[in-house]
Unconditional design. Structure first.
Length: 143
């Protein structure tokens, strides 16, 4: 395997920066106050895993429990998330989206969908498959 050249690194950095600016701009133009990346990831995880605990979220995201605790505090204050104590174990905490949280997750999914559509639109179907496969390979690389 060869190491990337400085030119390749610069080109990749420029492409990522442009993509990130478009993403942040798309979210900033929305009607709600933007969320940080951790908050978006927590809301998305809870949407897929309703009733999960904070430690489940921390384990999935690979962050400390205290980090998730602080973030859930913010999300509860913004009325996007609620905590519930299950009757079976009053020491545990289950996380649920509020109606506002459900709306926010739906809006984020629509925004990301549009962003990904724009990213893939200039590519033909074979190039799209290649890009998706390459991104999956990079994302799953443990090195």
């Amino acid at each position: 395997m060869t190491m990337p050249t400085d030119e390749e690194l610069a080109a990749l950095g420029a492409a990522f920066e442009l993509f990130a600016r478009r993403h942040k701009l798309a979210e900033a133009l929305g009607p709600e106050r933007p969320l940080n990346e951790l908050d978006k990831q927590i809301l998305s995880y809870v949407a897929r895993s309703d009733g999960c605990g904070p430690s489940d979220v921390a384990r999935f995201l690979g962050v400390a429990n205290t980090t998730v605790s602080s973030a859930t505090d913010r999300l509860v204050k913004r009325d996007l998330l609620r905590r519930q104590r299950p009757e079976a174990d009053r020491r545990a905490v289950a996380l649920h989206l509020t109606p506002a949280g459900e709306s926010r997750v739906a809006a984020l999914q629509a925004m990301y969908g549009e962003l990904y559509r724009r990213l893939l639109a200039p590519l033909d179907p074979a190039e799209r498959r290649q890009l998706i496969a390459m991104m999956a390979k990079v994302a799953n690389d443990d090195a």
